[in-house]
Write a protein that binds this ligand. Structure first.
Ligand code: TEU
Ligand code: CA
Length: 557
């Protein structure tokens, strides 16, 4: 694997609306982010991915872009953005933007022109087809529920939207669309960004013909993913890379859901179309058969096994994954992956260590570093997220009670990651002096940055130690480029693995007991040094047999 400038770094995702509000309007903004750069630097962060901050009607919270070259007013101005770039640079930090180009907003001028003249130049920017017998061209379903086709008023024509109807899919077969995108991408690089996180990107490849299938649900519709063609997407992505990313030595991370196929080589191998892609393998296990209401609770052993499988697969493919435990589309990782008895500081730290020390680029999501938990809501009206509303409706239609449907949202809602950042225990968690755009998580009273900064044993300080350890001169090569090797697979509740230096100069073992009882594991050599533990009086030096208490996690040489 050719070494790259970003390999040894640690990344952090900011959901801008909820990070820090500087002017009391209840919405996080760019000056707010700037005011927290020192906090992030102190945590050990190098690369900051900011979810979309472009002009948008915010139907899907900025993932519906109406102008790719403007900053949304609620976040500030382009001058603020330039200042953010300069302030980040001063601190040796890098800004990564969100590239959302499978679709734009229905408020984008391209789409407005397309609506005005569907057969004209801009009509070809989108997927517009004639209806059939007064119906949509096919029965595909959008990812947010309902048909993936919307009729253009006053015509028999329909446009395709795999996400909300306010997010029309851009037609990448049209070279004019591609050129527009490349221009825009290069324009941001010229400003000084370091790269992009690339949204829902495989969707840009579409099959030649869209065909109606027998319904796969009571709504009479069929999974919209059926129109997607990954091979076609890869061709466009290779061109995108050549015309943009390559010129800037950019860091790019694709939002691609399947990391364990052979395609991973084409995506992130030596000549892959992206630098990296997220490992969503654990997240995928949590999907219900029909929706959130029948989503399974993840068992320790299955969770470990899928993560280990993707670790091994990505290494074999010569790639470098981006490892996450949560993002803005997911509930909080500590609630999703830890069993109920483990949702405490010990469990949170064990989860942190096993994730941060994996092979790949660690990506933290804002609030993860303090162990933020899911938020309790008492009515669906307290949620903002478009996908949550759809999943709630599905649950009720499937016969769930209101309580059951709300529980499904508590466990799965994207809003869990979108509540305001919990900075301190003052009203609204120090996020805003006004009224937050989305109801805060009342747990800020006891889970917040200020308290944890003061507490040597806090989750926050543990994250700092962990990141410092990963990046320490003595071990950074091992943690970054070292080989990954599973251990103790016969223990269902133990997650243990080795990181072996490329030149064999050291082997580091990370071992965590996620069970509720102690476990004794046996190593093949004695421990020479303890690097980190999440408990007091861990005593393992010189030992071959190690008893791990429930939720104990050790990092040893
Ligand atoms: O998400 C893409 C994605 O595939 C989503 O299906 C996501 O897993 C799902 O909405 C969960 O309910 C990206 C963005 O991360 C997401 O925030 C956007 O809503 C979506 O693209 C559309 O741009
Ligand atoms: Ca604001």
């Amino acid at each position: 694997m050719t070494k790259k400038w970003w390999h040894e770094k640690v990344a952090y995702q900011i959901y801008p609306k909820s990070f820090m509000d500087s002017n009391g309007d209840g919405i996080g903004d760019l000056p707010g982010i700037i005011s927290k750069l020192d906090y992030l630097k102190d945590l050990g962060i190098d690369i900051i991915w900011i979810s979309p901050i472009y002009s948008s009607p915010f139907v899907d919270q900025g993932y519906d872009i109406s102008d790719y070259r403007q900053i949304a007013e609620c976040f500030g101005t382009m001058e603020d953005f330039d200042r953010l770039l300069a302030e980040a640079k001063k601190r040796d930090m890098y800004i990564v933007m969100d590239l959302v180009v499978n679709h734009c907003s229905s408020e984008h001028e391209w789409f407005k022109k397309a609506l005005a003249d569907p057969d004209g130049e801009y009509g070809k920017y989108f997927y517009i087809q004639e209806g059939v017998d007064g119906h949509a061209p096919t029965n595909h379903r959008s990812y947010f529920g309902g048909p993936a086709w919307e009729q253009i008023p006053g015509t028999n024509k329909y446009y395709l939207h795999l996400f909300a109807k306010e997010q029309p899919d851009l037609n990448w077969n049209n070279v004019a669309v591609r050129e527009q995108v490349y221009d825009m991408v290069n324009w941001w690089f010229e400003k000084g960004i370091a790269g992009f996180r690339i949204d829902a990107i495989i969707n840009i490849g579409k099959k030649k013909n869209f065909i109606t299938h027998e319904a796969d649900g009571p709504d009479g519709l069929y999974n919209g993913n059926d129109v997607v063609d990954q091979e076609a997407a890869k061709v466009f992505l290779a061109e995108l890379k050549e015309k943009t990313f390559d010129k800037w030595d950019a860091f790019t991370v694709g939002e691609v859901f399947d990391i364990t196929s052979d395609d991973t080589k084409d995506l992130i191998g030596e000549n892959g179309v992206f630098s990296s892609m997220f490992d969503f393998s654990a997240h995928i296990m949590t999907f219900g058969e029909h929706g959130w209401y029948d989503a399974p609770k993840v068992e320790n052993v299955k969770w470990r096994d899928v993560l280990f499988a993707s670790q091994q697969h990505v290494e074999k493919m010569g790639g470098f994954a981006s490892n996450i435990i949560e993002n803005h589309d997911e509930p909080r990782g500590v609630c999703r992956y830890l069993q109920d008895y483990a949702i405490n500081d010990y469990g949170k730290k064990a989860l942190a260590a096993t994730s941060i020390l994996f092979r790949g680029l660690p990506f933290l999501f804002m609030g993860q570093e303090i162990g933020t938990e899911n938020v309790v809501r008492h009515s669906i009206d307290e949620y903002d997220d478009i996908s949550t509303k759809d999943e709630y409706r599905k649950a009720i239609e499937a016969g769930c009670s209101v309580e059951e449907a709300l529980k499904a949202c508590y466990d799965n809602s994207r809003d869990n990651g979108r509540t305001p950042m919990q900075w301190d225990s003052t009203p609204n968690g120090g996020f805003t002096t006004g009224t937050p755009w989305l109801g805060n998580n009342p747990k800020y009273e006891y889970i917040n940055v200020a308290d944890q900064e003061k507490d040597e044993d806090s989750v926050l300080n543990y994250y700092k130690k962990l990141i410092a350890l990963r990046k320490s001169e003595a071990h950074v090569k091992t943690f970054t480029y070292g080989h990954f090797e599973p251990m103790c697979m016969e223990y269902e509740n133990v997650m243990a693995y080795k990181r072996v230096a490329e030149d064999d100069s050291e082997t580091i073992i990370i071992a965590a007991n996620f069970g509720d009882k102690e476990e004794t594991i046996k190593l093949d050599t004695t421990v020479s040094e303890m690097l980190l533990s999440n408990m007091k009086d861990t005593n393992v030096c010189g030992k071959v047999e190690i008893t791990l208490r429930s939720l104990e996690c050790i990092v040893v040489k």
